[in-house]
Design a protein around this ligand. Sequence first.
Ligand code: SF4
Ligand code: SF4
Length: 68
Amino acid sequence: MRKAIIDFAKCKEYKPCFSKCMVQENCKTKAIFKIDPGESAVVDTIACNGCGICVPECPAGAVFIKEV
Ligand code: SF4
Ligand code: SF4
C-alpha cells in the first residue's frame, strides 16, 4: 500500500508554508494538512490513497511516497 510520507524537518523549515500546507488543496482526499502553525504538515494515512499528486507540488520537496 502506497502512502505519502513527510520529511518533517524539511517541511518545518519551509517558512512560506508556516500556517497552511500549499498542497492541501491539490489533495483530493484532503489527507495532508497542518495542525499547528510553524510545525510540520501531517498525513492522515487512512485518508491518503497514495496517488502521489502532492510529491511534485510540494515546493520544499518534503513529500515522498513510500510502500508501507
Ligand atoms: S507544501 Fe510541502 S513544505 Fe509546505 S506544508 Fe505542505 S508538505 Fe510542508
Ligand atoms: S499521496 Fe495523494 S492522497 Fe496522499 S496526501 Fe498526497 S495527494 Fe493526498
